[in-house]
Design a protein around this ligand. Sequence first.
Ligand code: NOJ
Ligand code: CA
Length: 700
Amino acid sequence: MKKYSFLLFSLMCVAALQAQNGLRSLYSPDKSVKIVVGLSPKSGEPFYTLSYYGKPISNGKLGFKAVDADFSQNFIWKQTTTGASDQVWKPVWGEVASIRDNYKELTMHLENSSGKMNIHFRAYNNGIGFRYEFPDQPRKEVAISDEVTEFTMTSDHTAWWIPGDYDSNEHVYTTCKISAIDNTPYEKETSISTKHIVDRYAVQTPITMRAANGTHIVIAEAALVDFAALHLMADPKDLRFKANLIPSAVPNIKSINKTPFHSPWRAILLAKNAAGILNSKLILNLNEPCKIEGDLSWIKPQKYVGIWWEMHVNKSTWDYAGSQSAVSFQDNLKPSGKHGATTANTKKYIDFAAKHGFDGVLVEGWNLGWENWFGKWKDEVFDFTKAYPDYDIDELSRYAKEKGVKIIMHHETSAAVPSYERQMDDAYAFMKKHGMNSVKTGYVGRIIPRGEWHDGQWMVNHYVRVAERTARNQIMLDAHEPVRPSGLQRTWPNWLACEAARGQEFNAWSAGNPPEHETILPFTRLLGGPMDYTPGIFQIEVNQFDPNKKERVHSTVAKQLALYVTLYSPLQMAADLPENYEKRLDVFQFIKDVPVDWSDSKVLNASIGDYLTIARHQKGTQNWFLGSITDENARNFNVKLDFLQAGKVYEATIYEDGVGADWLKNPYPVNIRKIQVRKGQNLSLQLAAGGGCAISFIAK
Ligand code: NOJ
Ligand code: CA
């Protein structure tokens, strides 16, 4: 007996000793991903190392500094708990019909003189997630001043990044080695109205990298709720990224939370190639399941048109009087004759939507406030329940209903958020009364409350509040200028899309988006969630209404079609003007046919910043759709139609760059041809410089 208890005692000592000073390893289910965690022996600082197929990927310190506490060192490792999970769940909408969530987990339970902090790790076959948990403890609140988390890379990878701007993600991506990261050139960017970049080495997440052996690595954030967004500070010399949380209006405080709470997930996505990154569902898996209870059939992926591009290309205006200097609408404004959101014009769009099978019509510039909003940084500008006199909302609600089309509400807040929050309930009730169930919000300008930033904790809470509140009202949401998404569409599937990146609009009034832009977005910004990019511009040169306009869309027309497949979103706009579509109804047919909800997606080829070809299976049918896009270089691809169902014949309608097409010299020609195909056949795709190819495969 004595002997045995001695043995037991020594075993316990070993466990305790190991727990304090040792290392613990966590492997993914297939063992390809390995995390080793520990505390540094001298200073009790938590750290991790990550490897993939035996090759080191990233390592670094973990923890936080707080205003009156330190959760980064002198820890005692009290306990380790482990677990595993393997489940399948079905998203309400998405790129695939079901998603496997399969991981092993390990939690370090740490304590120091400041209090208790656990670090929870999950190892997946395609990456890791970890987050910090502050359990119930005597300390009731933690005011975080800095996150010390590091991601030190093991060699000088190629990286795709945008600057760590507190207020905007609407930047062009830079491709360079980690050692060359420096955002100074972004100082020259003048088309972003609200930007705030404080450090030349600041970058945003997700940041995507490619190692020399082809391994792709993404540092990202998942489930950003009640916390400041995770940006990174690059140390190009040491190939290190350190967490850089967006500040709040209170000096020194990045995030303030009551215990118990946990941080959002920090994620590292891993894949052997670029396609593997697109197949990853890790960010969604790290998010909480759907929180909307009951019937979800009101949540519908949709295609829409709208009174929108015509303002961006100077055909019409958002405001009623053609003036930006009034203090309020009550200043006796006279109509300028250029107002876009009139009853007659809206009817024209409703007719067009009804005729061509679109679900919605977005109307911007319908409400009071546009005479005095831009760049003013003041509250109480917009009224979300008062229409301009030339917009007969009762008549339009009736007309839209008769035509079977939904008007999409627009709430430009000009980032005057308290004013929006005060009006929210009334605004949603007003929408319901007028038969509307989708809203596009917008946050152009500097944030009110002054001192807060678009990506700070206060705004993060606002965006989630809007998602919750719209869900409660059975309203679908599309947010422009929010923090970039982090997979919350799993939890709030009514939140169909965000802008949160440089969208098509930049092609209308700035140097625009280079031809490679859309070949980078899916590997960076889109990893967190769908984007309302607004593809489908046919009139590539945008001087139709203003001969002085030199701007243009940086693609061929065929590529505009392909974007409906390559840029996944359950909310897609046909962004051009009805009159431009009427001129090319044969080409427009693809936009009419392409769906916005999929049961499966196959990446056929991919190279970030160069090209991308995806085939997707339309939910509930046998049909497939393919999109292929290239950067400024012309390319030929041979794709094997392995994804089609065996034994079926499909009619493939191919929309390809026509003879002589070129994004800059000749963007317009589209060649349309129909062929019959079967599974296993090869198809050759010819993409012009800045071009693309779109194909519908309709099962016969
Ligand atoms: C910027 C948005 O991205 C755009 O879609 C909208 O038209 C304008 N703000 C006006 O709200
Ligand atoms: Ca925008």
